[in-house]
Design a protein around this ligand. Structure first.
Ligand SMILES: Nc1ncnc2c1ncn2[C@@H]1O[C@H](COP(=O)(O)OP(=O)(O)OP(=O)(O)O)[C@@H](O)[C@H]1O
Length: 312
């Protein structure tokens, strides 16, 4: 499958979200899409999945069976989980009995079989997400597109989805995913691409394996995070999203965190660093158990890199 010169904007007077995107999606490939919050990742995934059509350019070679897990699951339908899944299985071309069998198989793998007869509207967020990933997997799609599909799942179900993804690619399917956790399927992706501006750039080097550092910074009112400018070209910012109190939360490989901190502290006017947290393999991205290490890291970075007026 291939995207050639693909562009998308949401209306003739609206800015381009994506433009001139060329992307090869070979059979059996696991492809990760990265980029800042609101940068156009979901737009790209919808174009790949065929949920949305490009304003310009072409998408060719999309497998016949395509499945997509949206960022938000539409749970308002007046159906039970099983009835919804059988319906979608039939849409994908399965017979009723096969659809029911596949729905039960996947609900069981995700630990949600007890909820097969629960109306969608009554499902918890986590179980609703299990139904969302089940609808995508039950027809064994040739293209599987996952937009933050792990969010809301319990750890066992997250690991099960990792396994399901690797089974799909081993079976020759193409899987394209976005996830906020830099460690998601770390080391397993065949290609990584980052939405930058309106373009898509390949990400080279195996940097997702971490460790990663979360930097909470607050800039002067109206300033863009320097991480999003070309000045940051020598360092890699995995993700940037709004933080509490008008700040920004940057997720950065530990190896690049000094460079990012230096850039923030030497910006004119400088950014204020509220906190630095080391993210390790054994604690959640938002945890703070390694604050002592993080504080030392920050202190050292400030001492060695910042101009005299920023030393504190
Ligand atoms: N249907 C739509 N109509 C108008 N604008 C839209 C529409 N969908 C997306 N946009 C805009 O396109 C831009 C990219 O949005 P998109 O959801 O693709 O980003 P994202 O990288 O997936 O962000 P997030 O990490 O928040 O999911 C945003 O400015 C968004 O407001």
């Amino acid at each position: 499958m291939r995207l050639a010169g693909v562009g998308r904007r949401h209306g003739v007077r609206r800015p381009w979200v994506l433009r001139g995107v060329d992307l090869d999606l070979p059979r059996g490939a696991l492809v990760r899409i990265e980029g800042r919050n609101g940068g156009g990742k979901s737009t790209l995934l919808r174009l790949i999945a065929g949920i949305d059509t490009p304003t310009e350019g072409r998408v060719t070679g999309r497998p016949r069976r395509t499945a997509y897990v949206p960022e938000r699951f539409p749970a308002a339908l007046p159906l039970t989980a099983a009835a919804y899944l059988v319906h979608l299985g039939r849409v994908h071309g399965l017979g009723g009995a096969r659809a029911a069998q596949q729905a039960a198989y996947w609900l069981e793998r995700f630990g949600a079989l007890d909820h097969a007869d629960t109306p969608l509207a009554e499902l918890s967020k986590g179980t609703g997400q299990k139904v969302a990933v089940t609808q995508a997997l039950l027809a064994e799609p040739g293209l599987l597109v996952l937009d933050e599909a792990w969010t809301g799942l319990d750890p066992a179900a997250r690991a099960e989805l990792d396994r399901a993804v690797l089974e799909r690619t081993a079976d020759g399917a193409t899987v394209v995913f976005v996830d906020h956790d830099p460690r998601r399927l770390a080391g397993r992706a065949d290609a990584r691409h980052r939405v930058e501006g309106t373009g898509l750039v390949p990400v080279t080097g195996e940097r997702v394996a971490g460790p990663y550092v979360r930097i909470e910074a607050v800039g002067p009112p109206g300033t863009e995070a320097p991480a999003d400018t070309a000045d940051m070209a020598d360092a890699y910012v995995y993700a940037s999203r709004p933080g509490p109190g008008g700040g920004v939360l940057l997720t950065v490989p530990a190896a690049d965190s000094d460079a990012v901190l230096r850039r923030l502290l030497t910006a004119d006017p400088p950014w204020h660093i509220r906190g630095v947290t080391v993210l390790t393999a054994d604690h959640a991205p938002d945890g703070d158990r390694h604050q002592a290490v993080a504080d030392r890291h920050l202190t050292e970075a400030l001492r060695s890199d910042a101009p005299p007026e920023d030393r504190r």
